[in-house]
Ligand binder design. Structure first.
Ligand SMILES: [Zn+2]
Length: 1119
């Protein structure tokens, strides 16, 4: 017989032979020793076997899992199974030996993914069932068998084998009604039962035998009787069974039809909120969410309400318009084509292939198409001599109006072979349903009440409404609004402004109105939203991020479940874009009134579900069925001081800053008329989570997310607007540019607004040139103007990113200002700014795409001149600048980022790309101009909203068709950026903890301009002028370590946004804890061990006391 000491040493060596501290000699010895030898050699010798088992147990308990995995790799599982079969199949098994074997099988098997198969091969399946049957009266032995069954059943085929040998029935019958005894064994039987349900066949079998309803009854009984909360483990184990059951369709149906949801709902209502019960509630809520029947959105079709006939694809869309059913099929096909098109154009090894990264692709169009863009460099052909003379005579120089440009740019030539099609496009647009023909009058829809509340205004407002609706044509409107004398504006608007007006910089309601009458929308909007017309100023108060209420999501989900269980919901459609009778509904006392048919508006349908609760459905991007996120709508007829819950039920993104302190914005007309025209962050009880709604067509597996928030309105007679973020319309941009033009000192500032091209629906895409007029007419000054480097800035390619427009507004205003830094920048650079690359998307309340269904920021590689004209011509213009040796020094495209905080830049760097993508290319010798970091470094110092650590310079293949990468790669612009601004707020710097508003967004636009000073060759000279001494540029700035930050940078959400089939209990290693507890308690059963051998007994004692404190049998059931 081997002495225990020797045995122990050998086994230790065996299990740790990979440890480096072992000498070669010892390792060699160790490898000779096989556990099989020990166990097999000593078969029949109870004492020796026990010795081996004890030592094994000690070694496996104290080491890491590596020991167990090593043992498995050396056939340890098989040896243990053989020992189990040998000892278990005896006529009268020796449980002193058998129990430790069972525990070891469970412990090792738990880590062995092949344990089921090995157990089958060893013939252990029937054996373990027999052992269980024979020990039903013996709680500890039964528990050990059940632990082993749990482990075996991790293999689906083994679970089936066990069930086919009555395993399901034997175990199900072990689960008793409420008792306070043998809780551990009961728990083990329920968990073993749950383990068997990993097979769908077993679930079906359990369903057909009525076990599901049986388990539900058991849950109800245990839950109601367990008043002292000592059976939480049992309840959790039962919930685990339910989680397994509902994974199959038949299981889920049975669970629901047997009242599972109702039962869990009621039990959660009686749970107290201590931590243990909290886990039960969490697990129950997840189960209920998973089981709620998938419900298609209450819509006729997933397709957007707004449909615009596209050139070249119009045959498809004609079908949509002519016939509903086949139209949807055509829509589905389009959707498929679209998805395919989206997925194919990635350049697979862009990130790791140095050649590809550095290769400059050829021009995407004939070279002779470029000179047409010379007109977009008016500063080069402008007659400054004339201007200087005129201004010296005190006369203002003439400047061409932007509208004159529209005609010119309609004649832009495209690819020659497409010329024929081009004219067809434009004539179609002009005659189409979408354009100006539908414009009757601009009016406010539902403000009568408020406007009438002021007696002086009332009469005039009514007059105005009458006048405005009296069938004026668009042109008459324009003339009136821009002209003089008695007009629409001079009555209502003037009165309103006289009485209630607030002076808002660079905003003027009349100018806005005039701009809006020219804006062409797909549905033909005839109404202005009050906030856009009236204007807004940022809130003077700080707006901290909203704290998240504890368990808010759970509470909201439970309210949703209640809706499912009770049939007392109202379910009344109160607003529907597709139902004219609900567009202008008469005031109903008990419902809110909604409206969204105005520029940038997005709300498709509103359903009142309870007295003060509404489900809201957003409209997909025009011509497609996706991209819902942006919302902007009007709400009125509210009861003041009552919390209203709003649920936007068809959100698509899998997470949202609404879970991290962000609030929607609200604008109150009452407040505006009282001198506070402000969009304010509003809303409580905000959260964002996956719901049970699915698309009308398509897979039921795709479900949507709910954004829920609660608003308490202040006033009775109010009209409020709610939006995802501070709206900024296309008309606002046009009005803003006109006001800016009027504001600049034309003798100093060269400001020219032109049209780069018309959009698909016939709106103009403006481009602005800003630079300094030459100080004199001498050749030297004129020559310097021609040599100024260009800075090209673009924005709002994604229509839902209104934050980008506010940043751009800040940039434009700063560049036109009298600030000495602005003057210095104008003298140094020529700014070419395209402030809205996607006017049609913005106007029609879209979130991501253009009317062509394309994400325009994925079209830059080869933009289609017909379908993506703004991108095609912007790129053409950049090519042109390049061709005349004026490629931009900086290109930056402003965006909004929905999942991160702060403001940051994405740029392009070969080195950082190779490094971040883990490329093996040797790039130590690669020389790269580090200048791409200059702007970010400057912003880090001067812009409080800016986060240097969120910047990234990786050229990712998934973004190879974005403006940033194409401009960098094809035009060789070193400083080509995307600037991302948060929708939410800040987690760093002086704004930390605050939500962003238009003040900080505009400030960011200004600071971006400041940062450009860092690029001027002679920054020292600028220091000399003490313009930028506060900026402290030019010093060595420590390089922060870049990290890949394209993904969500939030920690996991406190509550699970997604529902899962896993219960919290299933995720934790509950089984392992149970096994360890049993092993620690082995003393009780094996009290005879110590008498068997003094040596072993002594040793065994030491080993048990060294281990973690053994729970006393009394409280063993609670951890
Ligand atoms: Zn974007």
């Amino acid at each position: 017989m081997i002495t225990v000491c020797l045995l122990r040493r050998h086994l230790t060596a065996y299990l740790t032979c990979q440890q480096p501290y072992l000498t070669v000699d010892m390792r060699a010895k160790a490898s000779d020793i096989k556990i099989t030898q020990y166990l097999n050699k000593n078969a029949g010798d109870a004492e020796s076997t026990l010795n081996v088992l004890n030592v094994l147990e000690e070694l496996l308990s104290s080491g890491t899992d590596r020991r167990i995995h090593y043992m498995i790799s050396q056939g340890g599982s098989e040896s243990l199974l053989n020992a189990l079969v040998k000892n278990g199949s005896r006529f009268i098994p020796n449980y002193t030996i058998l129990l430790p074997i069972l525990y070891l099988v469970a412990k090792v098997g738990h880590k062995d993914c092949g344990i089921g198969k090995k157990a089958e091969e060893a013939g252990a399946i029937l054996l373990i069932l027999n052992l269980l049957k024979n020990n039903i009266q013996h709680a500890r032995r039964a528990e050990a068998c059940l632990l082993v069954i749990q482990v075996f059943a991790t293999s689906v085929s083994t679970a089936k084998l066990i069930a086919s040998n009555q395993g399901l029935d034997i175990i199900y019958n072990l689960i008793p009604n409420y008792t306070t005894k043998n809780l551990q064994t009961i728990k083990a039987s329920i968990n073993a039962f749950a383990a068997l349900l990993s097979s769908v066949d077993n679930i079906s079998s359990a369903v057909s035998k009525g076990y599901v309803s049986g388990l539900l009854l058991l849950y109800e009984e245990w839950h109601s009787k367990d008043t002292k909360h000592s059976a939480i483990d049992i309840l959790q184990a039962l919930l685990n069974c339910f989680h397994k059951i509902v994974r199959s369709a038949v299981g889920r149906d049975t669970f629901v039809s047997q009242g599972g949801i109702r039962l869990l709902y009621h039990t959660t209502q009686t749970c107290s909120l201590n931590i243990c019960q909290g886990l039960l509630v969490e697990s129950s809520v997840q189960l209920m969410r998973w089981c709620l029947p998938k419900t298609p959105l209450p819509l006729r079709s997933d397709q957007s309400v707004y449909c615009f006939p596209l050139p070249r694809r119009h045959h498809l869309l004609d079908v949509v318009a002519s016939d509903d059913t086949s139209g949807e099929i055509a829509g589905d096909k389009m959707e498929k084509d679209y998805q395919e098109a989206q997925s194919k154009d990635y350049d697979d090894d862009l990130e790791t292939d140095l050649k590809k990264l550095c290769l400059r692709p050829p021009l995407d169009r004939p070279k002779d198409l470029l000179p047409q863009y010379s007109r977009l460099c008016p500063e080069l052909s402008h007659d400054f001599l004339e201007q200087l003379e005129l201004s010296s005579q005190g006369r203002s120089p003439s400047s061409s109006s932007s509208d004159d440009e529209t005609e010119k740019c309609n004649n832009l030539s495209l690819h020659s072979f497409r010329r024929g099609e081009k004219s067809a496009v434009f004539s179609k647009t002009e005659n189409g349903t979408s354009a100006a023909s539908l414009f009757k009058a601009k009016d406010f829809y539902s403000h009568t009440g408020i406007l009438n509340s002021s007696a002086e205004v009332g009469t005039k407002a009514r007059e105005t409404r009458k006048e405005a609706k009296s069938g004026l044509t668009n042109d008459q409107q324009n003339n009136k609004s821009e002209g003089n004398g008695k007009s629409y504006n001079s009555t209502m608007i003037d009165s309103l402004i006289d009485i209630h007006g607030v002076d808002i910089p660079y905003h003027e309601p009349r100018t806005y109105h005039a701009a809006a009458t020219k804006t062409k929308s797909v549905p033909g909007f005839t109404t202005l939203a009050f906030p856009d017309f009236w204007g807004q100023v940022p809130s003077p108060e700080n707006e901290p991020m909203a704290p998240r209420k504890l368990n808010i999501q759970r509470q909201k989900v439970l309210e949703d479940i209640q809706r499912f269980l009770k049939t007392d919901t109202i379910n009344k459609v109160v607003f529907d874009l597709e139902d004219d009778s609900l567009q202008f509904p008469p005031d109903k006392p008990d419902s809110l009134r909604f409206f969204s048919s105005f520029e940038c508006g997005n709300l498709r349908k509103a359903i009142q579900v309870r007295r003060y609760e509404y489900d809201l459905i957003l409209n997909a991007d025009a011509n497609c069925s996706q991209h819902t996120q942006w919302f902007y709508f009007e709400v009125s007829n509210m009861v003041p001081d009552v919390p209203y819950r709003f649920n936007i039920i068809n959100c698509e993104k899998s997470n949202s800053q609404f879970n991290y302190g962000m609030q929607p914005v609200l604008y109150s007309v009452q407040d505006a008329l009282n001198g506070k025209p402000q969009w304010l962050r509003t809303g409580t009880e905000i959260c964002y989570f996956r719901n049970y709604f699915c698309p009308v067509r398509g897979s039921q597996k795709t479900t949507f997310y709910t954004l829920t928030f609660t608003i308490t309105f202040k006033y009775k007679e109010d009209v409020c607007y709610l939006a995802y973020h501070y709206p900024y319309t296309y008309s606002a941009l046009r009005a803003h540019l006109n006001l800016l033009h009027r504001s600049v000192a034309s003798s100093k500032v060269f400001f020219r607004q032109q049209i780069i091209c018309p959009t698909l629906s016939g709106n103009s895409c403006p481009v602005v040139t800003i630079t300094a007029c030459p100080p004199s007419k001498c050749d030297k000054d004129l020559h310097q103007l021609g040599k100024r480097p260009c800075i090209v800035l673009t924005s709002r390619v994604h229509p839902g990113e209104s934050n980008a427009s506010w940043v751009m507004k800040g940039t434009l205003e700063f560049l036109c200002s009298n600030d000495p830094i602005a003057q210095a920048l104008r003298e140094t650079f020529v700014f070419k700014i395209i402030p809205m690359l996607n006017p049609d998307g913005v106007i029609n309340g879209m979130n991501r795409c253009d009317l062509s269904r394309e994400d325009l920021n994925r079209q830059w590689c080869k933009p289609d001149p017909i379908l993506c004209p703004t991108i095609y011509h912007t790129k053409g213009f950049l090519y042109y600048l390049n061709s005349i040796g004026r490629a931009p020094l900086v290109f930056c495209d402003y965006h909004g980022h929905s999942r991160k905080k702060n403001v940051f830049l994405y740029g392009c760097s070969v080195k950082e790309t190779l490094w971040q993508s883990g490329s093996t290319v040797e790039n130590a010798g690669l020389k790269e101009d580090p200048g791409y970091r200059t702007i970010a470094k400057a912003l880090d110092r001067i812009a409080p909203a800016f986060s240097f650590n969120s910047c990234n310079y990786m050229v990712e293949k998934s973004r190879s068709a974005t403006a940033r990468i194409v401009v960098w790669k094809e035009l060789g612009v070193l400083r080509s950026y995307t600037m991302e601004s948060t929708y939410n707020g800040f987690d760093q710097g002086i704004y930390k903890g605050l939500q962003i508003n238009t003040r900080e967004l505009e400030e960011m636009g200004m600071k971006f301009c400041h940062s450009l000073l860092s690029l001027t060759i002679d920054t020292k000279a600028l220091y000399g002028k003490s313009l930028i001494n506060h900026m402290n540029l030019g010093q060595n700035i420590l390089d922060h370590k870049s990290h890949n930050s394209f993904e969500d940078d939030e920690p996991p959400c406190v509550e699970e946004i997604e529902y899962s089939t896993e219960s919290p209990g299933l995720k934790g290693d509950d089984l392992e804890l149970d096994i360890n507890r049993c092993m620690a308690n082995i003393d009780a059963e094996g009290s005879t061990k110590r008498q068997m051998s003094g040596e072993i007994g002594g040793y065994y004692q030491t080993f048990t006391t060294v281990k973690s404190p053994t729970p006393s049998p009394d409280n063993a059931g609670v951890h």
